[in-house]
Design a protein around this ligand. Structure first.
Ligand SMILES: *[C@@H]1O[C@H](CO)[C@@H](O)[C@H](O)[C@H]1NC(C)=O
Ligand SMILES: *[C@@H]1O[C@H](CO)[C@@H](O)[C@H](O)[C@H]1NC(C)=O
Ligand SMILES: *[C@@H]1O[C@H](CO)[C@@H](O)[C@H](O)[C@H]1NC(C)=O
Length: 222
């Protein structure tokens, strides 16, 4: 009898211990590689690799979407019309402009600035999110956290050690699912090399369709 009670109590304790209680906070600087997928109504729309570089104390970040990308902030700006799925970087700088860059074509334009809300996410951007359950990525148990109900649900999965597992964005309008599945081994908590954030010399012009004018429905910049 006692032993059964002990087993029941200890399994309750173990279960409780595995439920995280506070939303994840990002380290102030890191980099990580990912595989990106976009589905519209279960039809695969794009599939590509990429890397995030994040440096909050210096107010900068770069999101690289590699070959195959169909990022909606990259396209439609006449930067690479004959090769629209070429690698594209979104570069955020400190209290200044946000750039869209096609490094192969050496084309670039200024999409938006601080006024339009184009700033780097804060490490605490998930501070009002709720725990949504666990999923396994790369054999590791990851905890899901989501912002409460909008048209979009932004959900981030992290391990107990706060390693990024997956970013999952679902839109109830248009039936879109956008995921970045992180390569956990590539996650590095350190300031990326400063040169990552250099603004190419060919970045001079404002985009023909600056944000937010051409984006008909809000989608995460991630
Ligand atoms: C992503 O990178 C991996 C490793 O370099 C490579 O094997 C794979 O083909 C790439 N996937 C795409 C969609 O480019
Ligand atoms: C970026 O902005 C922050 C806050 O305004 C400031 O403290 C910091 O020194 C800036 N960094 C650079 C590299 O300009
Ligand atoms: C969290 O909610 C509070 C209160 O509604 C709000 O002031 C704050 O800006 C929110 N934080 C984030 C990161 O959205």
């Amino acid at each position: 009898m006692w032993s059964i009670l002990v087993i029941v109590i200890s399994s309750i304790l173990i279960t409780c211990a595995s439920i995280p209680t506070t939303p994840p906070v990002w380290p102030s600087a890191f980099s990580v590689d990912f595989v990106e997928d976009i589905f519209f109504a279960v039809v695969k729309y794009s599939h590509n690799n990429g890397t995030w570089y994040y440096d909050f104390p210096n107010g900068r970040a770069r999101y690289d979407h590699l070959r195959g990308q169909k990022n909606n902030f990259c396209g439609g700006q006449k930067l690479s019309d004959n090769d629209p799925k070429a690698p594209c970087s979104l570069l955020f700088t400190n209290h200044s402009n946000m750039y869209v860059i096609y490094p192969e074509a050496k084309t670039c334009c200024i999409l938006c600035g601080e006024k339009e809300g184009c700033t780097v996410l804060k490490p605490t951007w998930l501070s009002n999110s709720s725990y949504t359950g666990d999923k396994v990525f790369e054999g590791k148990k990851c905890h899901g956290w989501a912002e409460p109900g909008h048209i979009f649900t932004d959900e981030l999965y992290v391990t107990d050690e706060n390693v990024l597992c997956q970013y999952h964005e679902k839109s109830f309008v248009g039936d879109l699912i956008h995921t970045l599945t992180f390569n956990q081994a590539s996650y590095k908590v350190q300031q990326p090399d400063t040169s990552i954030f250099d603004i190419p010399s060919y970045c001079k012009d404002v985009c023909p369709r600056p944000y937010p004018n051409h984006v008909t429905h809000k989608r995460s910049i991630l």
